[in-house]
Design a protein around this ligand. Sequence first.
Ligand code: DQA
Length: 148
Amino acid sequence: MKILVMHGPNLNLLGKREPEIYGTLTLDQINASLTELAADLDCGITVIQSNSEGSLIDAIQAARDVYDGILINPAAYTHTSVALRDAFSAVAVPTVEVHLSNIHRREEFRRHSFVAPVAVGQIAGFGLDSYLLGLRAIVDYIHGMKQR
Ligand code: DQA
């Protein structure tokens, strides 16, 4: 099983960026934990980070027929990008959306996600665990699909 892990804009700054909200782990540390869990779950992961909406859309389009699932933290594009949502609808690769912070108890504008309605589900508010739970969730979901 192959999972594409996608990190959206500004997540390259994790560790230094608003640590009181996003914690002190760097993106490399998060990716290392995901790689470890992926080995336990017997799945392969490819990790990308981009600050550019177009690059993220290109990666979603290229994921069709290559990856079994996508784990994404769309970061600020969660709340703004119809284009990202349309890309997910177009490729129909099962996707789990994750956020480090609980977007539902922050500013009003963070409560809406354009991605959530086209995702299998959303996990928010658990820091690194949001990603780890998200990886478990997408892998379990795909196993379930294959059994059907
Ligand atoms: C975030 C929440 C978003 O609202 C914000 O724009 C981010 C990070 C999170 O992981 O908590 O960049 O996706």
